[in-house]
Design a protein around this ligand. Sequence first.
Ligand code: UD1
Length: 345
Amino acid sequence: MRILLTGAAGFIGTHIGEVARERGHEVVQLDMFLEKAHGPGPRPDGFARLDLRSDPLDEILQGVDVVCHQAAMVGNGVDAQDLPDYAEHNDAGTARLLAAMARAGVKDLVLASSMVVYGDGRYLCPQDGDVPPAVRRDEDLAAGRYDPRCPVCGGQITWRRIGEDTPFLPRTSYAASKVAQEHYAAAWCTLEEARTIALRYHNVYGPGMPADTPYAGVAAIFRSAIARGEAPRVFEDGQQVRDFVHVRDVARANVLAIEQVAEHPVGLTAYNVASGRTFTIGQMAATLSAAAGGSEPVLTGDYRRFDVRHVVASPEAARTGLGFEAEIGPEEGLAALATDPLRTR
Ligand code: UD1
């Protein structure tokens, strides 16, 4: 297949390109080398340097079978001043790409989405059943009461694995733009009788992660701390639950989606992409520190108001719908992350 891969020079895009080529596909690599992500400096060959917001896309789409759209501003953002950048790169960039795909007659899209579309996730209350958690209050967080409460009775609740039908509840600029991308793709599917597979990634880590920036996730932040000889600094009580999924598994999920999107029904189908294994942030920090032979993680007791407490997805639909199962477990993958190279450009 001829695949147009956007964000091909990024952390996840690089691995998708490798796996796709290993499986015999032709990969057309597009990347704008956003300076916030890649820093300044010389750019490697082999990439079409196009900006989805403004450059013509018709020529590069000629003869393409599937678009795999990874290009995006990622991370939590720094503050509200980042909102226009998320909207322009992620929302408007995607809308322009979809319009160009319609002109070129390309009907199949694999879209990088994220578990952040679910916001705080879902919990089980012994009294009120399946509920979204109440928003955590500053006074509770400051007093070290990190677990959210039932929005109805205020009682204790337990997190549950969420499926793809969980309502959207975006809490950050990035999350809002990922929800928007899914909505634009769904609208394009209706207009064009086209197909989209949206892959909602959990916490992706592995070789080639970008070094610590204000837009980096916790795995990159801890990995960068270790590279500087510092201890990982764990927020809250370290008991926050996540699902860490290796980038090589995420790349395989993308290539499976690329190969199967044409057999999916018209419209958007979403799959969680997760390892299916839960790990706390504290466990993750300890695994990295131990593997690096560095200092023990520090529990700072700090918190960030926008953070979600626990979010864990069900990997079941990806298993039945795509035949995807993660192969690299967090113990093995996170220990290797201690020495995996960070991306330098
Ligand atoms: C992360 C990504 C998000 C992505 C999602 C799924 C970022 C910033 N967030 O969300 O874009 O869509 O995974 O792949 O890239 N923490 C610490 N110490 C630190 C930093 C964070 O303990 O120095 C804690 C936070 O308090 C939080 C947890 O680690 O509880 C995860 O933080 P982070 O990786 O930023 O965000 P996610 O919500 O997991």
